[in-house]
Ligand binder design. Structure first.
Ligand SMILES: [Zn+2]
Length: 142
């Protein structure tokens, strides 16, 4: 069953992720300041995005690792149009290769659109929206 999050009045323009039993651990992690990567308890394979079954061994026994929170830009887009409710454009969206070996998409918040480049090192940070949602965002690694 998929839980559809209720619209909040605190920050009504935030696009809220769909949270279900496969991804709950990830969002519990961001709320706790952890970037969690799903891991198969049977064979140890990591995967992102989270899902019910391991793509390596088909096991349903899933756990997670806490990532170091650093990664490298694999690719990126600079979104200039159309407008995004609640966002000041442009926004930089990157595909980030985590040091732990999985790739995830994320918003880069402190790198200008003309400065972002493939291979740049990034560090995760967390933006608390409200009591139910903390979003991971990415900054230039120090
Ligand atoms: Zn497995």
């Amino acid at each position: 069953m998929v839980e559809v999050p209720a619209q909040r009045t605190s920050e009504p323009h935030v696009v809220r992720p769909m949270v279900n039993r496969d991804s709950r651990f990830f969002w519990d992690g961001t709320a706790a300041g952890e970037l969690r990567i799903q891991k198969c308890n049977a064979c140890g394979a990591r995967r992102f995005p989270p899902g019910p079954a391991c793509q390596s061994c088909d096991a349903f026994d899933r756990g997670y690792d806490v990532a170091s929170g650093t990664g490298t830009v694999f690719s990126y887009v600079v979104h200039r149009h159309p407008p995004v409710p609640g966002k000041e454009l442009p926004i930089v969206i990157a595909l980030i290769d985590l040091d732990e070996g999985v790739r995830m998409v994320g918003e880069v918040v402190d790198v200008a659109d003309h400065e972002i480049e493939i291979g740049m090192r990034l560090q995760v940070d967390y933006r608390r929206v409200d009591e139910d949602l903390t979003l991971p965002v990415w900054r230039r690694a120090l």
